[in-house]
Structures are given as C-alpha cells and as structure tokens.
Design a protein around this ligand. Structure first.
Ligand SMILES: NC(=O)c1ccc[n+]([C@@H]2O[C@H](COP(=O)([O-])OP(=O)(O)OC[C@H]3O[C@@H](n4cnc5c(N)ncnc54)[C@H](OP(=O)(O)O)[C@@H]3O)[C@@H](O)[C@H]2O)c1
Length: 323
C-alpha cells in the first residue's frame, strides 16, 4: 500500500480510503442495502490488513450504527494511533430544533455523540457533510476550530459544495486565524466529472486533499449497464445521480477491461487515481474481492489513449449532491 500526504498536511493516508457507509444495520436509517455488523467486520479487518489506514464514516450513516460498527472494529483489529478516522456532521440526527445543521450547538453535540459511538476520544478528520445555508460560516468555522483546540479532532474537512463556498470558507478561516479545511470529499468518477471545472483546480491551488466519494458511481462503473445488484435496486439516492447517456462510458470501461483482462472496477479506479490532485478515492466494498480489486487498481497504469477513450463519451451532468 502506498501512503501519501493529505493535501498540504503532514498526515499520511493510504491511497485508498475505506468508505464505511456500507457498514450499518439495515433496519436503522434509510440505507436498506447496508451490511450488518457480522458481515461488516471481516471487510473492515481485510481492509486494515491490506494496509488501508484511512476510514470514512458519518454520524448519519445508518442512524449512527456505522460509527458504532467501525469503532468496535478499529478497537478489535488495529491500534487507534495507526488509523486515520474520519467522520462527518450536518445531517439530521433527530427531529426538531438543532437536530441537524452546522450551528455551534449542533456541532458540539454531534462531535460528542460521534466520539461515544466510535468509542474514541478524537477523530482524525472531522468533515462538514454539506454546507448549511442557514448558519453563518463564521459560526461553523469557529465551532470547528474549537473542536480541534479541545483535542476532539486533529483536522477538519469539507464535502460536496459549490467551489465558491469552499473558497469562502478557506478565506474566512485564514482571516480569523481559525483551522482551515484540509480536504474535499466530493462526487467525482467517470460518470460525474463536473468537479473538474472549478473544485479540482481550486483544491490543487490551495493544497486541499481530494477524496472522491462513490468513485465507481455506486457500482455502475464496476459492471455492465444492464446488470443490477440488491444495492443498485434499493439505493434511492444513487438513482438520482446518473443518466442513460452514461451507458457509453460504462461500455468504454468494459471494452478496456476486456482488452486488459482486468475487472472493470480496476479500470475506473485507475482513471481516478491518475487524476492530478486526487489523494484517495473513498471506496465502497460489500465483498472481499471489491477490496482486492481496489488495491490492484493502484498498480494499473492507463495509457493516454485509454484515458481519452474513457473520457470521450462523457456528457455534462446536472449538478447533483450539493444538498
Ligand atoms: N460525502 C458524501 O456526501 C458521500 C456520499 C456518498 C458516499 N460517501 C462515502 O463514499 C463511500 C463510497 O461510496 P460508494 O459505496 O457509493 O462507492 P463506490 O465505490 O462508487 O460503490 C461501491 C459499490 O460498487 C460495487 N463494487 C465495488 N467494487 C466492485 C468490484 N470490484 N466489482 C464489482 N462491483 C464492485 C459494489 O456494489 P454492490 O454492493 O451493489 O455489489 C459496492 O457496494 C461511502 O462509504 C462513504 O464513505 C460520501
């Protein structure tokens, strides 16, 4: 496993981040396709044994049960100081006032609740899951800075948002001497490349680590267009992200995979890992082979012709995933 710095920090992360949205009790929250604890633990253990030291979860995943499962697995299969543990805040955790969002009150309540579920006294990366238009960014950033100063988070990061929001947050933090976001967790894969317009150049310019979510377009890039899985059939959010025109890109992935004699997932991940500025895709794995394919993708070097072939059929997409 290769390890790289997360953006311009000193933090060393594996070139793959383990997405932990897959791990959670299916009867909690709204992801019915997730794996319960007994099926999740072997995959988390395998990822750690493969050298993946970077794990991403969120308070909202499966109503907190992802954090609970991940916390217990880290305790049982690793040493805490060897793991870079990331979680997120913003999503609604309960109905009523202050049950979600990025107010000072919500952030202070949610970091403590996440730490209890994770069974640790700090997270390495605390990310805002989305922008909160109803809270001043100054309030959010000062609260996150205080979370860091209290020793509850080592670094802070951001997730899907317009590039001007990210730049405003970076500028506001600098102006006030507050902790700056060090990473951007955004939606980027061969089927959704709108982030190449503004966000990726911004992150390169500002030294922000890029950790794309759904790097396989929630599995679409890992199989033929007409094939399906339990997750694909029940993944309500995933159904909103891609369009029929994406079939041509999926076909190109299939053709290159066949020519190379490798699984499609390796081709799609190799394309993403080769993109300047991308630190570590956040991979989703529901089977052991998904993890070994992802690790093998780090060795696959696509030619310029293959990259052009993969990129040529792309059609611009409606911006999705900011709210
Ligand atoms: N910040 C955000 O807003 C946000 C949003 C979404 C996700 N995330 C993060 O990103 C992580 C990854 O998201 P994702 O699960 O959507 O990622 P993904 O890598 O695009 O999709 C994972 C799915 O692809 C299929 N797959 C993976 N490897 C495969 C292989 N080698 N062969 C065949 N199929 C393969 C599996 O589908 P099946 O299970 O159907 O077989 C797997 O569940 C999440 O866990 C979470 O941490 C963040």
């Amino acid at each position: 496993m290769d390890y790289v710095k997360l953006g311009n920090t000193g933090l060393e992360v594996s070139r793959l981040c383990l997405g932990c949205m897959t791990f959670g009790e299916p009867d909690r929250g709204n992801h019915v396709w997730t794996l319960p604890e007994d099926q999740s633990r072997p995959l988390i253990r395998q990822a750690i044994e493969l050298g993946i030291n970077f794990l991403d979860t969120a308070n909202v995943y499966s109503d907190g049960s992802s954090e609970e499962i991940v916390g217990r697995a880290i305790r049982d299969f690793s040493r805490r100081e060897e793991i870079v543990l990331a979680t997120k805040v913003h999503g609604r955790m309960r109905p009523g006032p202050n049950g979600g969002g990025l107010s000072r009150k919500a952030i202070f309540a949610e970091i403590d609740a996440s730490l209890i579920r994770l069974g640790t006294d700090y997270v390495d990366l605390y990310q805002i899951h989305r922008w909160d238009p109803s809270t001043p960014i100054e309030e959010t950033l000062e609260a996150l800075h205080d979370v860091v100063k209290a020793g509850k988070a080592r670094y802070i990061g951001a997730s899907s948002m317009p590039a001007w929001h990210m730049m405003k947050a970076l500028f506001t933090a600098r102006l006030n001497g507050w902790t700056r976001f060090v990473s951007m967790q955004n939606h980027l894969n061969l089927l959704y490349r709108e982030e190449e317009r503004e966000m990726l150049p911004l992150c390169l310019d500002q030294g922000i680590g890029v950790i794309p979510w759904s790097p396989l377009a929630r599995g679409r890039l890992a199989r033929a267009w007409d094939e399906s899985t339990h997750r694909a059939e029940t993944d309500a959010f995933g159904k909103t992200l891609y369009v029929e025109a994406d079939r041509a890109v999926v076909d190109a992935v299939g053709a290159i995979a066949a020519k190379r004699g490798v699984p499609r997932a390796q081709v799609a991940l190799a394309w993403l890992c080769a993109k300047p500025g991308v630190t570590a895709p956040i991979i989703g794995a529901s089977k052991p082979g998904h993890l070994t394919d992802a690790v093998a993708a780090l060795e696959l070097r696509l030619t310029a012709e293959e990259i052009a072939w993969l990129e040529e059929p792309y059609v611009p997409h409606r911006v999705a995933g900011f709210s």
